[in-house]
Design a protein around this ligand. Sequence first.
Ligand code: ZN
Length: 561
Amino acid sequence: MVSRKDKMGAGAVGRRSVLSNETSADMILWGGNIITMDRQRPQAQAVAVKDGRFLKAGINAEVKVLAGEKTQTVALRGRTVTPGFIDSHQHLSQYGTDLLQIDCHPRKCPTIAQIQQAVLKETKRKPAGEWIRGVGYDDTKARDRGTLSRTDLDEVAPDHPVFIQHVSGHWAVVNSRALEIGGIREETPNPTGGAYGRDPGTGKLNGILYEQAEFAYVFEGTNGQPPIMPAFSLKDRVKGIRLASDRYLASGITGVHDALVSAQTLETYQEAVQREDLKLRVYMLVSIDYLPHLRALNLRTGFGNEWLRIGGVKILADGAIAGRTAYLSEPYIGSEERGILAVESEEALHELIRKGHEAGLQVCVHANGDRVIEMALNGFEKALNELPRKNHRHRLEHCTVVNTQILRRIRKLQLLVTPFGSYIHHHGEKMIPYYGARRVEMMFAHRSFLDYGIGVSGSSDSPCGPYEPLLGIQSCVTRKSAAGEVLGAKQRITVEEAIALYTMASAYASFEEKVKGSVTPGKLADLVVLGEDPRQVDPDEIKDIPVDMTIVGGEIKHPQA
Ligand SMILES: [Zn+2]
């Protein structure tokens, strides 16, 4: 890849390099098809990097003159380069610890019996009383389609508390031992913003924990209580971040917005930074539970550095799209249910928005269903009327089910949105049965957001959805499910628009458009080398394009040396 001959390639401009090491580039990538995402110069053949930033982009000859004795050169041989992908809503820290648990995803455990087998295996490894945890369980994709219950888990693990999280992250199944430790009995009333599942026949607890009932087991800070399950050790959490980052980097991700950060997550990231173990850039949306602490410290959005930054505050206002708990104005198909409001009331939501806004923070509201989106819009409208602020960049996270009135209001309030990029591909088959064809036309409404001039960025919600940005780009471009069904074709966007979502738009969503998101001199040298040009391949094969190299801050992070 790097050869003496490549270095001498500078001779192509008629002379040998005479630049000293101080002025010469650290790295030059040349002979490529560089999609810069910079309007001033959308296309380049070569790019030079120095001190972790882009020094120059242009045709081969103008960049190669920056080569010196020590310059590392990469011959692109016609391959495509884009700015590094930035995922504006995912959960790197959670995905990290997920990788330390039983993988119950239907790929690994397609039936309840197989989940039982995996749990049984863990009981042999761990002393009685120790928690057994699994993630990725997805009833809708499981081969047997049954719902896992407390009794299934009791059968194989009577003496260990077991907690199996649904892939949506919004519900989980636990066994009797785990209910006991949580102090949940038949007569325990449902918590605010959550519910304990019950068997429809007997009315008895079936081990399912919805929303706040589940979060009480997992998250610190919720209801001011420590979580019911003991947290992973700091060492394990940092290990998790390393494992997850390696996967992200291999898919071209160079930066993420972690959409739910607690004190513990902040500790993990700081530890990773101090150990020089944080390989990609993180913008943190801190749980609204910590607002009093942020205010007390006068910590505002943007504090930190190019690796780790305090972003906005995150408010969780409703349930999940794939979990059928998004809070809707009209019921789910074939049901009277309208989803779950995860805050106490609309007024309580307005109050949280107002307080976050007043503290000078970027306020990010997780709002999937149209009903809760309207509530959030009312809240933002009030807060901004009372205390107008320019360039607030408040966000509606996901903002899945919309209509033209909602679009107009988002535009007027200048809110940003982070819809799921890959859900049509990943969850396509359940969208019409859950939401109906009419609603699906206005879900993950990337085209509508762009047409209304709304700031829309690329996001995966990993580990709830697949993290690969190329898969997200394909899904936005084709609107095709994995099975090949086209859903809401009117919401299709072009490949270039989709790349912009995962680069410039995500940078904008964290107030960092001046330092990243495009291959522009002076910006952080984050880029991806792709085996093929996503604009040239069959759109159904964008997800299969190999990610040959990922560079963060001028250093090759994938493939690993
Ligand atoms: Zn999320």
